[in-house]
Each structure stands twice: as C-alpha cells, then as structure tokens.
Design a protein around this ligand. Structure first.
Ligand code: CAA
Length: 381
C-alpha cells in the first residue's frame, strides 16, 4: 500500500489550490451573502482547468485522471468555497457519470462529451417532495407515447438546478410496480417543452450554489434519452450515488481542512491573558483532535476514491467516507467557531460560513442515517 500521492495528483492539488485561493476565495463570502452563482468562475473556469470531466476518458472529452485527483480537486475548491466544490461534484458525479456508466455510445457522444468539456453543465433529479431517503418512493411518472416518453411530476432540492443544461432524472414507468421496481432513468435537456423550474430554496449554507425544483408537465422526451434499461433506474441511481458520495465526502473534507487552517492562523495571532491562544494546552488539544479527524477523513476519502479507480467494490467505502468526513466537517467547523470565540459567530471570519456549509454534507446524497443503513446492510450480508 502506497500512501504517497503521484506526481500528477500533486500537480492537480497545486493547480486547483492556486486557482481556489487566487480566484474563488476572494468572492466566497460575498457570493454566500447574496446567494450568487457565478457561472463563469464556478464552472467555466473549472472547464478551462480540465476539471469538469477530470475522470472521464479523453475520447469523451475528459482528462483521463483518476478518482483521487477528482477528490483532491473537490477538496481544494471546498477548502475555500463549498458551493464551488458541490457545483463540480453534482455536475460530474451526478449529472455526467451515470451517462458514462449507463449510456450508449451515441448518448455518450451526444451528452457526455459536452458535459466533460464543460460546454454544458449537469445535474441529477431523484428526490421528490415525498421521496427523499426512500428513493424508491418515486411518484414522477413516465408513460410511453410512440417512440417518446411523456413525463409528469416534480423533483426537489436539485443542486445546479436552473443553471444545468443536462439533467439525469428518474420516473416510474411501470405504474403497477412497487417500491424500487419499475423506475427508469432519463436524460432531459433544459429548454425541453414541459420542463420548467419551480421554487429556488433559501438555504442555511452552500448559498452560492443554486438549489431548485424541477417541474415536468406533459414533458415529451425522445426514446433516445432513456438511460440504461427500462425499469432499471433505481440501480442507475444507486450506482451513481456510490460515486457521488465520494464527491460529497471530498467536499466535507475540504470544508474541515479550511476551518482547521483558518483556526490555526487565528489562534497563533490571538492573545488572551498576555499569551497567544496556542500557548494554552487546552487549545493545542483541540487543534490536535481537529487535525487528527481531518487526516483520518482524508485517508477514508482517498481510499474510496482509489477503489473506484481500481475496479474494486466501493459502495460501502464511499458510504463510510461520506459518513465520517461529513460528521468530521460538522465537528471541526463547530470547534473552529468555538476557538474563534465571539468573532467566530460573526461574518467577519470564514468559519461561520464553513459551519453552515458543513451541515448539508450530513444530509444530501444520503443522510448520515442512510449511510449507516448502507454500511449496516453490507455488514449484515
Ligand atoms: N448498487 C447497485 N444496486 C444497488 C445498490 C448499489 N449501491 N444499492 C441497492 N441496490 C439494489 C439492491 O441490490 C436491490 O436490488 P434487487 O431488486 O435486485 O434485489 C435494489 O437496489 C433495492 O435495494 P434496497 O432493498 O436496499 O432498497 P431500499 O428501497 O431499501 O433503499 C436505500 C435503499 C439505501 C435506503 C436507498 O433508497 C438510498 O440510497 N436512499 C437515499 C437516497 C439518496 O441518497 N438521495 C440523495 C439524492 S441526490 C442529492 O442529494 C443530490 C444533490 O443535490 C447533491
């Protein structure tokens, strides 16, 4: 087992960190405050750096890198701006990867190549008002009409919603089937008649990432856009989420690292009782715990990413990485606010935003409880 990053992975870290610190960090607070998604900065620039298709083969417009490189990219973006991190993760893991995994050659050429090159942005529509953790409870319906499908229903909490051009969505196509059976996946393009955007959520965190409702009213989709086999959509969703959870685990890792870095800098400078805070052993112990948890999270995230690139099973490992990294992000950012004292509770310091951003990592792409369901079911088999 080799714990050293390769030269390529180190180069990607250096490149993304320089970009994130120079271009993304300066506007992170302002975009958060104003709920502003800056497509040029948060997506087009990522495409120029080769990140929007980083793990896909070059023949589909990707960079042909491995999943550890992808995890590092999301981590480094999230270290300064979790909204930018999730933009990449939702685009690549959720909007693009199911087309890579389940698409026909023609679908890959039509949809994946522009996604990987960042000409189009991707998103994923699984969650519904009454089907969140119970993803098999999908009530959006798809009915055949000649070669086409007619979709009716709605999807909520869609990251990149409204901004994305290409959506992978799920609809029940067998009305008699129960639970996870009889669900199919479809590719729906922005601008398709009958496909509109509903309410934009006002959120606690990741406020510069748009989260919208998708509405389908007699939306006609060509038969070509059925993704994978009819009725196999639940497995498309589950396999997509196995990879997506590595993205969110990387986002959580980046948030935790960012909070640790900001806190280290602060406690070295801040003096109380005529000493810097770092002179207090109680403060050192807290920093030690934070750093140890971040390092453990990093190994779990990279291990899941390594397995995803090596053809090994990784469903359980990605769930473990997401569970641990997201709970670490919440603990570390809470501790970071505490160590900043009253200043940490204000918007003068970035740890306040980081703590709000961390919370969502315990919720989306499967709550911490759902990660325990996935891990527990694997252990019980
Ligand atoms: N890979 C392949 N197949 C899988 C699988 C996986 N990882 N997990 C389950 N399956 C298969 C099972 O083998 C089973 O197949 P058979 O019918 O052949 O037996 C089938 O799927 C059903 O499995 P379960 O009985 O385990 O299904 P369930 O209904 O009990 O649900 C669950 C399991 C893990 C709770 C699942 O519903 C789940 O993951 N829920 C959470 C959904 C989620 O994460 N939503 C996030 C939305 S996306 C989002 O948040 C995006 C964003 O904006 C950033």
């Amino acid at each position: 087992m080799n714990f050293e990053l390769t030269e390529e992975q180190n180069l990607i870290r250096d490149m993304v960190r320089s970009f994130a610190e120079a271009e993304v960090a300066p506007t992170a607070d302002e975009r958060d405050e104003n709920e502003l998604f800056d497509r040029e900065l948060m997506f087009s620039r990522l495409a120029e750096l080769g990140l929007t298709g980083i793990v896909f083969p070059e023949e589909y417009g990707g960079a042909g890198a491995d999943y550890i490189s992808y995890a590092i990219a999301v981590e480094e973006l999230s270290r300064v701006c979790a909204s930018t991190g999730v933009t990449l993760s939702a685009h690549l893991s959720l909007g693009s990867n199911p087309i890579y995994l389940f698409g026909s050659e023609e679908q890959k050429k039509t949809f994946l190549t522009p996604l990987a090159q960042g000409e189009t942005m991707g998103a994923f529509g699984l969650t519904e008002p009454s089907a969140g953790s119970d993803a098999g409870g999908t009530k959006t319906y798809g009915v055949r009409d000649g070669d086409d499908w007619i979709i009716n229903g709605s999807k909520v909490f869609i990251t990149n919603g409204g901004e994305a051009d290409t959506y992978v969505i799920f609809a029940r196509t067998d009305k008699d089937a129960q639970k996870h059976h009889g669900i199919s996946a479809f590719i729906v393009e922005k601008g398709t008649p009958g496909f509109t955007f509903g309410k934009k959520e006002k959120k606690m965190g990741i406020r510069s990432s748009p989260t919208l409702e998708l509405v389908f009213e007699n939306c006609r989709i060509p038969g070509f856009n059925l993704l994978g086999e009819e009725g196999q959509g639940f497995k498309v969703a589950m396999k997509t989420l196995d990879g997506g959870r590595i993205g969110i685990a990387s986002q959580a890792l980046g948030i935790a690292q960012g909070a640790l870095d900001a806190t280290r800098a602060y406690v070295k400078e801040r003096e109380q009782f005529n000493r810097p805070l770092t002179a207090f052993q109680g403060v050192q112990f807290q920093l030690a715990d934070m750093a140890t948890q971040v390092e453990a999270a990093r190994f779990m995230v990279y291990n899941a990413a390594y397995r995803a690139s090596s053809g090994l099973a990784y469903s359980q490992e990605s769930a473990m990485a997401k569970l641990f990294a997201s709970e670490t992000a919440m603990k570390v950012t809470t501790q970071a606010v505490q160590l900043h004292g009253g200043y940490g509770y204000t918007r003068e310091f970035p740890v306040e935003r980081m703590m709000r951003d961390a919370k969502i990592t315990e919720i989306y792409e499967g709550t911490s409880e759902i990660q325990r369901v996935v891990i527990g079911a694997a252990l019980a088999r």
